[in-house]
Design a protein around this ligand. Structure first.
Ligand code: ZN
Ligand code: ZN
Length: 261
């Protein structure tokens, strides 16, 4: 109810540019880079043809991963808006996009929590905002099963192995909370998966047998190779989206003061 009142005071606008209509205006829709097949079936990384696994698959405790968009353009703006303003309208726009990727059957939704101090500084936890909105859409409970005992250290110059090591023991089960067998783990952006994987390990300790990671965006650190032969999407007169028609390197994904996760 409170949320609806806020929507009247601050009417919902485009999550990407804030100027157009909610959830994404036509201009932003055309600039979005939705991720879809052909891809890695396990982690949803775009590929020239469907493959079972790939070298960018997040580490083992994560059963599967899907992201709605590449971390670029309006989707990236939306994530930043969510992160730094906690706008509910942005949260529900991104959650709707996550729901549209078709989450696997599950028993509960949870999220990669921020450390308590970070959450206190910010006043909210953006992954929790997304998880709550998604839970409503897929009609599942949103429950915290783990807490973060260690904030993410700056990782910009760390390699994959170092990141994994640094994140070990960053999450702990919440005493007395038993996770169900199948859990949807929500976060805003998937980068290496080190943070989400550490969180998934704690979820497994809490009883989860399958942890499916769902994020609003996925950032690709290296080149997206092997996509030159990617056929344009079939049907419709719309031109193929610009995403992944060329192998591209994405530098400077993070704004100053925004540690990668
Ligand atoms: Zn827009
Ligand atoms: Zn993969």
């Amino acid at each position: 109810m409170f949320g609806r009142a806020l929507d009247i005071v601050f009417p919902r606008s485009c999550a990407g540019c804030r100027a157009g209509s909610w959830p994404f205006c036509q201009t932003c829709v055309e600039a979005l880079e939705p991720l879809g097949p052909p891809w890695c079936r396990r982690c949803g990384r775009p590929a020239a043809v469907d493959v079972e696994t790939c070298r960018d698959c997040p580490p083992a405790p994560i059963s599967s991963a899907r992201a709605a968009f590449a971390y670029a353009g309006p989707a990236r703006s939306a994530v930043h808006r969510l992160k730094f303003s906690g706008w509910r309208g942005v949260g529900s726009a991104l959650a709707a996009a996550i729901a549209a990727v078709g989450p696997p059957p599950a028993d509960a939704v949870t999220w990669v929590p921020l450390a308590r101090r970070r959450r206190a500084e910010r006043g909210f936890d953006q992954a929790r905002v997304l998880a709550k909105a998604l839970a409503r859409l897929v009609d599942l409970p949103a429950v915290a099963f783990v807490r973060r005992v260690q904030a993410t250290p700056p990782q910009a110059r760390r390699g994959r192995e170092e990141r994994l090591l640094a994140m070990r023991d960053a999450f702990r089960c919440i005493p007395g909370r038993i996770a169900p067998a199948r859990v949807l783990l929500v976060d805003d952006v998937l980068t290496t998966g080190a943070t989400a994987s550490a969180c998934a390990e704690a979820l497994a300790d809490a009883g989860a047998l399958e942890v499916h990671l769902l994020t609003a965006c996925r950032s690709f650190s290296g080149r997206l190779t092997g996509l030159a032969g990617r056929p344009p999407p079939s049907g419709g007169g719309r031109p193929a989206p610009a995403a992944y028609t060329q192998a591209c390197f994405r530098p400077g994904l993070w704004l100053p003061g925004d540690p990668p996760r």
